[in-house]
Design a binder for this molecule. Structure first.
Ligand code: PLP
Length: 234
């Protein structure tokens, strides 16, 4: 992944993804620049991340705390922004709280309390999104829509967390309108939370195969791995 052709690929892949995002913003009357990109670098080596960073990418998403920590150390000089997007076990909350800028996968209050407890006072509050389990979703992870308001109000009270919005990983669908349907559910939940004055600003939804549908439904942040780095190593 450090060869010359790999470097060129990551650079041109990044431009192509940025073009997809910008074109979709225009098509769906989203303000220019309202959708940001988190580059999902799980399983990719530090050298690949460094190439993307050189091409201008700042935010990276990781799923495994231990793997991520090694990369953060190797790339500390680049001052990147790190997003934890994987499932979180409670014995890993300290390491995530201390080392990441964002977490997208908060789905229960116990985890949120631990994250807030371990976030150091000399760090800014940890940005977090609540992961929602939409109906028909393949994974069992995420809070149910019925329990969302209760969780959101509790998380919003925690001193060292900053609740930013919602995240989901809908079951894969090929057809655009079917992709949109799941993202629309997430957007409606987001709008529903607006009643509680929580100042949410983030809808984390859309990946390589469905980012256009997510942007059409209001995504503010898309998480893209394969289209940037190619197939994952495991
Ligand atoms: C792996 C992963 C992605 C990226 O998926 P691609 O299809 O490779 O773009 C996005 N979000 C989460 C939560 C992931 O685990």
């Amino acid at each position: 992944m450090t060869g010359l052709s790999d470097r060129a690929d990551i650079g041109s892949n990044l431009s192509r993804i940025q073009e997809r995002i910008r074109a979709t913003e225009v098509r769906y009357h989203r303000p220019a620049g309202s959708v940001s990109l988190v580059a999902v670098s799980k399983t990719q080596p530090p050298a690949a991340i460094a190439v993307a960073a050189e091409a201008g990418q700042r935010a990276f998403g990781e799923n495994y705390p231990q793997e991520a920590l090694a990369k953060m150390e190797a790339l500390a000089h680049l001052a990147l922004e790190w997003h934890f997007i994987g499932p979180l076990q409670s014995n890993k909350t300290k390491s995530v709280a201390e080392n990441f800028d964002w977490i997208h996968s908060v789905d229960r209050i116990k985890i949120a309390r631990r994250l807030s407890l371990y976030r150091r006072d000399d760090q800014p509050a940890l940005n977090c999104c609540l992961q929602i389990n939409l109906s028909g979703e393949s994974t069992k992870r995420g809070v149910s829509p019925q329990q969302l308001v209760e969780l959101a109000l509790a998380v919003a009270q925690l001193p060292r967390l900053r609740l930013r919005g919602l995240m989901a990983i809908p079951a894969p669908e090929r057809e655009f309108e079917r992709q949109r349907r799941a993202f629309r559910q997430l957007r409606l939940l987001f709008e529903h939370l607006g009643k509680w004055d929580l100042a949410l600003d983030t809808l984390s939804m859309g990946m390589t195969a469905d980012l256009e549908a997510a942007i059409a439904e209001g995504a503010t942040l898309v998480r893209v791995g394969t289209a940037l780095f190619g197939m994952r190593r495991r």
